[in-house]
Design a binder for this molecule. Structure first.
Ligand code: GLC
Length: 640
């Protein structure tokens, strides 16, 4: 039993975060190999010259995390550049691996935890939880994959999505009416491009109120849901964390009546602002409030909805009433003063402090397992518990069908209830590469059903970026094209080369039996669907340094092109492989390549897939949606 290889240490009074599902016997003392400084409450570990550090789920930078500082403190920050330390998620699991031996650690602490992985000192990894109430797990094993399997046993089985969720989804912030959505469906159909989902962003709601549908813009919503489904398309609405403060709005009224909103020290509910204007935050950490909110999804599942995306659940705060007052107070003081340059920077800092202010996260409290806890100490649980509330409600209320669910914010444990998308990326080539690198780290932590906004969310995409991004995203379990309000339209029918786009999406559908089978295996066997090369080619130093190629399932390696104006790329082969260069599921050429470096041509419309030795890939005939796929049909087989 792999749990035997796990040792648990406790510091302070750890919260029961819900991340772990198994009992592990407690050890006394300090985790082996670590030093603990009582004054700074910091764990340190000396990294060997060859040590690579893998994990931390959704973060910036490389697959090997060595050489940067990462702070687990879920953040609503849309600019994921290299300088950032926090994104939307906190998955505090790491593996230290020198290529021949490895161990894992899991830091179960729901507050801010800083992982300095060779940033301050290139040879030292230090871990500093802001509140030292921590369960610290050390996981031994013979290889990274074995350690991953033990860790995943510890945290429980990953969420299983419905099979149709492996189809392609079109999204955009700004589909305002049912007719806007009908147009998307129609244009895809006209071009014969498969489509399984159209996502509904906040525009579908009445004044951005959760669990409402604007009746003028979406008349007869229930029959609209049916009409789309008859065409093979499921509508997937967004749900936001904040509940609009509005007299007469049932969710608000019930939340107030039952005392389900997060409160400040003085006992009054926190007033924050997000899309609907002023909101209260449901206390998802309070089981009664979670049950109440979870049951609300029924309003939409009763109308035929079968999937949701949970958003703004770090929680994102545009401002709080209290902090805004403070800011205005300060502005009053400096209003008539001459601003020198430092005064000006202070003024600017004041304005920038309005949204997602750390002080605001210290302003409100939860009833967590019957105990009053200040939000910042359990900050990273908020999105997890929102998604858990929904997932548990689906198990109660929707036993007849599997509901699609994924979230922006996450913590370990949430992987049992839903997937994640990686939030507001940009239409940048560097973010395509970031997407490639994030996937194996997410998979390590059990977030198998995951993906990014293909084509990029913020900024303007280009036709070639969209094409190259799709060529990677056809392998990600969650496969969605999403973009922000005001950016260039990026539905596939907006571009010239619609035939090539159709071919790429059809290739995805042809691959679905493989993708689905390999994801199911990763879920059931606590494995990984996307693996870094080094997890398989253990003694190959080059494999360890190759981060722009991934193993997909057991049989394939991919090497996406992620740079503009390139018609090929260098590929490192850790063993002999068979290259299949796809132009469509039925137009391809193959070639056997030997272990080593190769320059491989890949025109803009070509997808590179490498079959591993002793492995096989079969394709099915694509269909316009997953429900109409024949999963057992085989139209092409590639063997090596
Ligand atoms: C957030 C989400 C994004 C969504 C937008 C409007 O930025 O991350 O996906 O489109 O809110 O709801």
């Amino acid at each position: 039993m792999s749990l035997e290889k796990i040792r648990k240490y406790e510091f302070g009074n750890p919260y029961d975060t819900g991340a772990v599902v198994c009992d592990v016997r407690k050890q006394v003392g300090i985790p082996e190999g670590f030093k603990y400084d009582m004054n700074t409450e910091t764990f340190t570990y000396t990294l060997g010259e060859k040590d690579m550090v893998f994990g931390l789920g959704e973060t910036v930078r490389g697959i090997n995390k060595r050489g940067w500082i990462y702070v687990s403190y879920n953040a609503d920050d849309p600019v994921h550049d290299e300088n950032k330390t926090s994104l939307y998620a906190s998955q505090n699991f790491l593996i230290v691996d020198d290529g021949s031996s490895a161990f894992g650690i899991f830091v179960d602490n729901p507050g801010s935890v800083t992982f300095d992985i060779g940033y301050t000192d290139m040879n030292v990894m230090s871990i500093h939880p802001e509140n030292n109430d921590t369960s610290f797990y050390v996981i031994n094993g013979d290889s990274p994959l074995e350690i991953v399997a033990s860790f995943r046993e510890l945290v429980g089985k990953s969420y299983v999505p419905p099979i149709w969720a492996f189809g392609y989804g079109q999204s955009r912030w700004g589909y305002k009416t049912a007719d806007d959505i009908r147009t998307v469906a129609k244009r895809y159909k006209e071009l014969g491009i498969p489509l399984d989902m159209i996502y509904m962003d906040i525009d579908y709601m009445q004044d951005f109120k959760d669990f409402t549908v604007n009746p003028e813009r979406f008349p007869n919503f229930e029959s609209f849901v049916r009409e789309m489904k008859a065409d093979g398309i499921r509508l997937i609405p967004i749900i936001d964390a904040g509940v609009k403060i509005e007299k007469g709005y049932d969710v608000y009224e019930e939340g107030i009546k039952n005392d389900f909103f997060c409160k400040k020290e003085d006992g009054t509910p926190l007033v924050a602002a997000v899309w609907p204007g002023k909101v209260h935050f449901p206390d998802f950490l309070n089981p009664a409030a979670a049950k109440w909110f979870g049951d609300k999804y029924k309003v939409l599942t009763d109308m035929g909805i079968e999937g949701f995306w949970n958003d703004m659940n770090e929680p994102a705060i545009f401002y709080t009433e209290d902090h805004l007052k403070e800011v205005f107070g300060e502005l009053e003081i400096i209003k008539d003063k001459e601003l020198d340059i430092w005064g000006f920077f202070g003024f600017k800092g004041l304005i920038d402090s309005i949204n997602n202010n750390p002080g605001d996260y210290r302003r409100f409290f939860h009833e967590f397992n019957g105990v009053k806890v200040r939000h910042d100490k359990v900050h990273n649980l908020y999105g997890f518990y929102m998604t858990k509330a929904a997932g548990e409600a689906f198990e109660r209320n929707n036993r007849d069908r599997k509901i699609l669910l994924f979230s922006r914010s996450s913590f370990m444990g949430m992987h049992r209830y839903g997937g994640v998308w990686t939030g507001d990326n940009m239409s940048w080539w560097s973010h395509l590469l970031l997407n490639i690198k994030q996937m194996p780290s997410l998979n390590m932590t059990g977030f198998i059903y995951s993906g990014a906004d293909t084509g990029g969310f913020g900024g303007n995409t280009t036709e070639d970026l969209m094409m190259r991004w799709l060529e990677f995203s056809i392998f990600t379990p969650l496969f969605r094209n999403h973009s922000a309000l005001g950016t260039r339209d990026q539905e596939l029918y907006r571009f010239e080369r619609s035939r090539d786009f159709k071919n790429i999406i059809e290739l995805r559908y042809a691959l679905i039996p493989y993708i689905y089978r390999e994801c199911t295996k990763a879920i059931n066997e606590n494995g990984m669907y996307f693996k870094p090369l080094s997890f398989v080619y253990r003694d190959d130093e080059r494999a360890g340094e190759t981060e722009d190629q991934l193993l997909v399932g057991d049989s394939l390696m991919i090497a996406p092109v992620y740079e503009q104006n390139k018609t090929g790329r260098y590929v490192y082969l850790p063993e002999d492989m068979k290259l299949v260069r796809f132009r469509s599921y039925k137009d391809f050429d193959t070639e056997v390549l030997t272990k080593g470096d190769h320059y491989v041509k890949a025109e803009l419309n070509e997808v590179l897939v490498f079959i591993r030795k002793g492995h096989k890939l079969t394709l099915t005939e694509p269909a316009n949606c997953v429900d109409r796929l024949d999963m057992d049909r085989c139209v092409a087989t590639f063997e090596f």
